[in-house]
Design a protein. Structure first.
Length: 265
């Protein structure tokens, strides 16, 4: 009888733990990073000067608070963090948030901004987009499709991140699908030699902000990226970029802990 009571007691004691473990099961990150129909938000922050006047222990405690917010939302959003500080005069870091509902991205960012650190953050830019199935590749020649689909980026670390917001002109959107497709073929041909060193991801942003696309890249070779963009500036499709960058974000991919450690130093 006594042991039954003990068992029930233990079960009740475990309930909150089991619930928390269930409720905080992390989102399927791999799936979110590859599926179409996923919402991506890029939130860029600058740390205000007063932050650095706080004593080190207060900044350490504030960092722990931020960590807790990331944990709390891990069931709904997949997050990636990037350091801009030192490479940008406008911002210190940014967070890329993915989820199946823009509302989850918003809830996470609202909580982040509500932390002690958040009160010292200036949100200098936010880009919102959605991932979609390929628009042009299915219409390319079999050879080009094969190259694009079968050439994976080389394994190994790619420490650099580049994010380029793009807006197309009205002429681009009023062109026939065939006309755009011909230009995207040129775009793709100019880029294939960089498929191994530049990993990329495309977000469609029309109507979700002032952009049409958010282009995201990871690489270990910034010299390749530089040449890639020069190559793309020479193709006809580039004439239809009404906005290219402004701002372009260049930073390094860093775990949250490392960014918080830099901010707590
Ligand atoms: C390794 C380098 C790159 C490769 C292999 C590549 C390839 C491609 C391909 C195949 C598409 C068509 C996707 C589809 O079928 O919907 C595409 C779209 C696009 N790319 Fe690139 N690209 C690269 C770099 C870049 C760069 C550096 C930029 C600009 C910063 C860029 C901007 C875009 C944009 C805005 C689109 C969407 C066009 C549209 O849907 O109207 N790409 N790219």
């Amino acid at each position: 009888m006594r042991s039954k009571a003990v068992l029930i007691g233990v079960a009740i004691g475990l309930l909150p733990w089991a619930w928390t473990a269930f409720a905080q099961a992390a989102v399927d990150r791999e799936k979110l990073l590859k599926d179409p129909g996923v919402y991506g938000t890029f939130a860029v922050f600058k740390v205000e000067g007063d932050w650095w006047k706080l004593d080190k222990s207060a900044r350490g405690a504030a960092a722990a608070e931020v960590n807790a917010v990331f944990q709390k939302h891990a069931e709904n959003v997949a997050t990636d963090t990037y350091l801009l500080r030192g490479l940008s005069d406008r911002a210190d870091f940014f967070v890329r948030v993915h989820s199946t509902e823009m509302l989850h991205n918003q809830n996470f960012l609202v909580d982040l901004m509500g932390t002690t650190l958040g009160k010292y953050l200036q949100n200098t830019q936010t880009f919102n987009g959605i991932t979609k199935p390929l628009n042009y590749v299915p219409g390319f020649s079999e050879d080009l499709q094969k190259v694009v689909k079968s050439t994976a980026p080389d394994p190994g670390p790619k420490p650099y991140v580049i994010v380029v917001p793009i807006r197309k002109d009205a002429e681009w959107w009023n062109m026939s699908q065939d006309g755009r497709s011909a230009m995207m073929k040129e775009h793709t041909e100019a880029t294939v030699s960089y498929l191994k060193t530049v990993k990329r991801k495309l977000y469609h942003a029309s109507g979700l902000g002032d952009l049409d696309f958010i282009t995201y890249f990871e690489t270990a070779k910034l010299d390749d990226f530089n040449n890639l963009v020069i190559g793309l500036e020479r193709v006809r499709e580039n004439r239809h970029n009404k906005r290219f960058g402004n701002p372009t974000l260049l930073g390094t991919i860093r775990p949250l802990d490392e960014i918080l450690e830099i901010l707590a130093r």
